[in-house]
Ligand binder design. Structure first.
Ligand code: BG6
Length: 254
């Protein structure tokens, strides 16, 4: 019954807390690969965790993806709290509705907050790229990303993300040859957490993920299990919001 299911998930959360280097684990029932409702639950749970941590002067930096879109969808205004949202990275070749900037705008709307965006196209040559990096408007936003209090982000399966971003055959081959399993913030990494490839976009780099920030990682679906385990070797997080399918896989493999 439902009560048993809930206490079972509580149990899973406690067990995972013991084996993962995180401060909090939140698990929603089901497998988002099989059921879209589960992604909505994930979004709801993450939105709730975020609202517990966000303050009036908070800067929240956010990545793209369908999971983050679900988080945005479930955010609500909080009295006297008007956070500032910034995309963690400029475009990464995702579809418009999954781009960090679109999600940023939606999050700001849902919370009556504000936003700043990175107006830098995906594919520019090196010289234009470095010129743009000198633009005050770009520099400003990058410094906001660096100052962010909260980072909320998704994780992807490496090949799935590369295909979604229309990577060419050569890139796909590189990822396959080097056994990339996961992707976060435009970095592709293998199961040992080694970076295989980093996308040429501006914004947050791994070095920005410092201890003073609250990092929130949201992911669901058993197809991401490997990516999540690898993520813990590549980087770290404070709050992990996952679905039951990933939770069980993480437990069996740790
Ligand atoms: C992308 C982020 O937009 O979404 C990636 O830039 C992330 O870093 C991905 O891996 C996750 O996508 P989804 O749709 O599975 O939430």
């Amino acid at each position: 019954d439902i009560m048993r299911e809930i206490s079972d998930l509580d149990n899973l959360e406690t067990q995972l807390l013991n084996v993962l280097p995180v401060h909090k684990v939140k698990i929603v029932p089901g497998n988002s690969d099989e059921d879209d409702e589960v992604k909505a639950l994930l979004g709801q749970a993450a939105a709730q965790e975020l609202s517990q941590r966000v303050q009036d002067n908070s800067i929240v930096t956010v990545t793209g993806g369908s999971t983050m879109a679900a988080v945005a969808h479930h955010m609500n205004p909080i009295d006297q709290v008007r956070p500032l949202f910034v995309p963690a990275r400029g475009g990464l070749g995702d579809m418009h509705e999954y781009q960090a900037s679109s999600i940023c705008v939606q999050m700001a709307k849902q919370m009556n907050g504000s936003y700043r965006l990175l107006y830098v196209p995906d594919t520019v040559g090196k010289d234009i790229y470095s010129k743009m990096m000198e633009e005050p408007a770009v520099k400003d936003v990058i410094s906001l990303i660096q100052q962010a209090d909260i980072v909320i982000h998704g994780i992807g399966d490496a090949l799935k993300m590369a295909r979604r971003r229309q990577a060419d055959d050569e890139q796909i081959k590189l990822l396959k040859d080097q056994s990339a399993v996961g992707e976060a913030f435009g970095y592709y990494f293998d199961q040992n957490g080694k970076t295989i490839h980093q996308l040429n976009s501006i914004g947050m780099t791994k070095e920005f993920l410092t201890e003073d920030k609250t990092i929130m990682t949201v992911a669901g679906g058993s197809s991401k299990s490997q990516a999540i385990s690898a993520f813990f070797k590549w980087g770290s997080t404070d709050v992990l919001i996952i679905d039951e399918a990933i939770a069980r896989d993480l437990l069996t493999h740790s």
